[in-house]
Write a protein that binds this ligand. Structure first.
Ligand SMILES: Cc1cc2nc3c(=O)[nH]c(=O)nc-3n(C[C@H](O)[C@H](O)[C@H](O)COP(=O)(O)O)c2cc1C
Length: 197
């Protein structure tokens, strides 16, 4: 083969490779499984992402974990855990809209709910479960009575929108980190154990 033809065909092959290669979002699937589980979360500053990954970890890593802003297609998932961060008593608008648009699909696949909140750094109890899960997330989904957990989260000023940071600092709110991995693992394990297939 002539040198020029060789270079030309090499470049063509590289071009074909570059144009056909698709990019995929990173999938947190440490342990592939026939049981198709998804954890979908809404977050502002990421503590709910960590909670979601740890929930999956508690399920031996079989659940794929999605930020709701990825707009995941859940049709291939049999089992879904849904939840997220709380601001002004509510999950993010993106999560609310996601749930509203998929109520029918979610109805038969929802297996658990969670919320991540500050609760003024005080321990959470049945009152927060009623407020944030029963009267809010479960009500949005229209499926009551599923296993659920309210986790304490974090305040990290460096991750906040500047106006929100200013507002929170104005309240003299200190930074804190009350999210605990063992509680998230335990919740994931508990939800998985309740569903055998
Ligand atoms: C602007 C703002 C509003 C908040 N509102 C509430 C609230 O109403 N109730 C609550 O318990 N925690 C509230 N929190 C605390 C958050 O729920 C907590 O920081 C959580 O870990 C955030 O989750 P994320 O890191 O996934 O966004 C608020 C935090 C911020 C910054």
């Amino acid at each position: 083969m002539k040198k020029r033809t060789f270079i030309k065909s090499g470049l063509l092959a590289m071009g074909a490779l570059l144009t056909t290669r698709k990019s995929y979002p990173l999938e947190y699937y440490p342990m592939p499984s026939d049981r198709k589980w998804a954890v979908v979360y809404g977050t502002w500053c990421g503590s709910s992402r960590d909670a979601s990954l740890w929930i999956s970890e508690g399920m031996d890593g079989i659940a794929n974990v999605f930020d709701v802003r990825e707009n995941p297609d859940l049709s291939a998932y049999q089992h879904v855990i849904i939840g997220g961060a709380i601001r002004a008593g509510k999950v993010s608008q993106e999560l609310q809209d996601f749930i509203a648009a998929r109520k029918d699909l979610l109805k038969t696949r929802l297996r658990g709910y969670f919320a991540v909140c500050g609760n003024m750094m005080k321990p959470v109890g049945p009152e927060q479960t009623k407020l944030l899960i029963d009267d809010h997330i479960a009500a949005l989904c229209g499926v009551p009575g599923l296993p659920s957990k309210v986790f304490l989260g974090r305040i990290t000023y460096g991750l906040m929108e500047p106006d929100v940071r200013k507002q929170m600092q104005g309240y003299k709110m200190p930074e804190y980190d009350n999210l605990k991995r063992p509680g998230c693992l335990e919740f994931g394990k508990m939800v998985l154990q309740g569903i055998k297939v």
